[in-house]
Design a protein around this ligand. Structure first.
Ligand SMILES: [Zn+2]
Length: 291
């Protein structure tokens, strides 16, 4: 099943559901950053959560999740757009801690800390920012707690990444269920029961279920209407042009110093690990452009 995201609404209009298959995306993040299994699972869960939340936002804004903790992983940054692109990184990609109860211990790797949720308008409008303490560091529970407590939207979230024996991502995905404004208590109770009984998202993905199938499983006997379905992928906004602009911003003296040392300028994008090299002739060109 290719990476996709779907949004549905129960036909009674009380609850909306979003689900995503993110196996390829999570594995691309792993290969780009060289993450070890616990970091792979943590980053895949964060990227999936960012995609789910971004799909509930406006077309012209970017959603950012920053997890910081006192565990060996230190933190995660994940960004996504409503168009279905996501990028991100783990602060310490080579983090691997012993499993707990037979599962990758993402909460133990992250430790105690906080989650910062930001919605950044692309047109430069005012930014939404909310900071909450981590509940478990397991990512899904932290996102659900943020939505229910801080954003006041009763929500259930499940995100999961299955890492294979070779360290590769075998299955990744997640779902988000949210009460619509004015939903009754009974609908919310039903929702909680469904989520408790639902298999883990990575199990659903592993057995070949797409995002709409996943939501049909989670909603069980509640009829749903599919609103939208679209592909999702890992994508970064960095480019050689952005790197050149950053070098120009360093100023004449810094560029001159690089030329004097006879070495090229090198930069690595922290979001996607793409390495950029600007060689001597190009540095001279950029320097000449400053005249
Ligand atoms: Zn990049």
């Amino acid at each position: 099943m290719a990476d996709r995201l779907a949004r549905v609404l129960t036909t009674d209009g009380q609850v909306r559901g979003i689900a995503a298959v993110t196996t390829e995306l999570a594995d691309e993040a792993r290969t780009r950053h060289g993450t070890f299994p616990t970091a792979t699972a943590a980053l895949g869960r964060a990227l999936t959560s960012a995609l789910l939340l971004a799909s509930t936002g406006k077309r012209d804004e970017r959603l950012s999740l920053e997890f910081t903790g006192d565990g060996p992983l230190r933190g995660l940054l994940a960004e996504a757009t409503p168009e279905g692109t996501a990028r991100g990184f783990a602060f310490r990609p080579k983090t691997d801690v012993p499993p707990r109860n037979g599962k990758l211990d993402v909460g133990g790797a992250l430790g105690a800390g906080q989650l910062c949720v930001m919605r950044v308008p692309l047109d430069g409008g005012s930014l939404y920012r909310s900071i909450v303490p981590l509940v478990s560091g397991e990512i899904g529970i932290d996102i659900a707690s943020y939505l229910t407590q801080s954003a006041q939207i009763p929500s259930a979230v499940g995100v999961g990444v299955l890492v294979g024996p070779d360290g590769g991502v075998m299955a990744a995905g997640g779902y988000l269920l949210q009460a619509m404004p004015g939903a009754d208590e009974a609908a919310l109770d039903r929702l909680a029961t469904h989520v408790e009984r639902a298999p883990s998202p990575s199990d659903l993905v592993r057995t070949g279920q797409g995002p709409v199938d996943m939501l049909r499983v989670v909603f069980a006997d509640v009829p749903i209407r599919v609103l939208e379905e679209y592909p999702v992928r890992f994508a970064c906004r960095c480019s050689p042009e952005r790197v050149r602009r950053a070098i120009v911003a360093m100023g004449r003296d810094e560029i001159g110093a690089l030329l004097a040392e006879g070495r090229p300028a090198e930069a690595v994008c922290e979001f996607c690990s793409t390495a950029y090299t600007v060689d001597e002739p190009e540095l001279r060109e950029l320097l000449a452009g400053l005249d």
